[in-house]
Design a protein around this ligand. Structure first.
Ligand SMILES: *Cc1c(COP(=O)(O)O)cnc(C)c1O
Length: 360
């Protein structure tokens, strides 16, 4: 068997240790005589798996007691609707800060359920920077302020939690969830699809402050209703059992790495190496404002677009997979989530250096 370094933006690489444990437990989970995929979600075995994963996530993020942790379906895109349906409440107004493609999708979807106002946008400069918080046009009557801490496609990431005053802050944290410590108490809602940095596709974590649970619109589908799902331990209907289990194994792996402070140090080191190399070269470039460059998704362009195909083919041959950039940005993108080992970043840099020498 040979595993490549997989730079996919999502679904993305998982820790080998997680896959090996899942493999070892595949046919017979802890003497239950069955696979996790075959268990009743109401049985004691799966309930213990779900509770263990939830407890680990609470520990990793230091989730305060007055917050609920949900494991839902429908992806982060489902939450583009779930957030307004649960939170818009009486005012029917929410503010959106758009710093890339995902924020654009979020505000568009929210507009179906109420008035989603554009409070700030980075589109004028191609989403390569983040408008300063002081310039945001926040509404006094907004039910919440929504933003995207890390824009997966453009590679721009907030380095701090923005202060938006009294309105609950809502974050689509899909692509930098669990990559660094976060003060959950600063947020009303945090949501994240698992398939970037926390597990496989099919499950979405929602962390919601309990005082925000009671305001769902009448038309909110029950599977998206935070209060109903909280009361049912996220099992109002059959949950994504296997994905939940793999998330639990990934959380366990993170705890074994030393938790979020430890993984953040590694993530800073990995990203700095790659950006330093790109900045030091005349052949590669990254267009993003250095103050807001993502530690998770690193887009870069070659000096000559005509070389893109050759670059990708030779990278693939060198065991460096899925480096093609998103079509809206072009060039390349290296996603270097928690599970990408530092040796993968080193191998990428060595490859880029050699490619530049041959083609520069
Ligand atoms: C991938 C991604 C999404 C979409 O996630 P789905 O689970 O496919 O709905 C939304 N927001 C961000 C920031 C993402 O990276």
């Amino acid at each position: 068997m040979s595993r490549v370094y997989n730079f996919s933006a999502g679904p993305a690489t998982l820790p080998v240790e997680v896959l090996e444990k899942a493999q070892a437990e595949m046919l017979d989970w802890q003497d239950s005589g069955m696979s996790v995929m075959e268990m009743s979600h109401r049985g004691s075995a799966f309930v213990s798996i779900a509770e263990d994963a939830t407890a680990r996530l609470r520990r990793l993020l230091n989730v305060p007691d007055d917050y609920s942790v949900l494991f839902l379906q429908g992806g982060a895109a489902g939450q583009f609707a779930g957030v307004p349906l649960n939170l818009m409440g009486h005012s029917q107004i929410a503010d959106y800060v758009v710093t890339g493609n995902w924020g654009k999708k979020a505000i568009k979807e929210a507009g179906k359920y109420g008035e989603a106002r554009l409070a700030a946008s980075g589109e004028a400069d191609g989403f390569t920077s983040i408008p300063p918080v002081a310039d945001w046009q926040l509404s006094s009557d907004a039910a919440y302020v929504h933003y995207t801490p890390n824009e997966t496609i453009q590679g721009v990431e907030f380095q701090e939690t923005p202060d938006v005053g009294n309105a609950p802050l809502v974050a689509d944290m899909s692509s930098d969830f669990l990559s660094r410590p976060v003060d959950v108490s600063k947020y009303g809602v945090i949501y994240a699809g698992a398939q970037k940095n926390a597990g496989p596709a099919g499950i979405t974590m929602v962390i919601v402050r309990n005082d925000l649970l009671e305001q769902a619109q009448a038309a909110c589908p029950m599977v998206l209703d935070y209060k109903q799902q909280r009361d049912a331990d996220s099992m109002l209907n059959t949950p994504a059992c296997y994905a939940w289990y793999i998330c639990g194994l990934t959380f366990e792996w993170l705890e074994n790495q030393g938790g979020l402070e430890a993984i953040e140090k590694i993530n800073i080191r990995k990203a700095s190496k790659l950006y330093d190399f790109i900045d030091g070269s005349d052949f590669y470039r990254n267009p993003v404002d250095p103050a807001v460059r993502s530690r998770m998704n690193v887009p870069f362009l070659l000096a000559d677009d005509a070389l893109n195909k050759t670059f990708l083919a030779q990278a693939e041959d060198a065991g460096l997979s899925t480096l093609k950039g998103h079509r809206s940005v072009g060039g390349m993108r290296a996603s270097i989530y928690n599970a990408m080992p530092e040796s993968g970043v080193d191998a990428l840099i060595e490859f880029m250096r050699a490619f530049e020498k041959d083609n520069g």
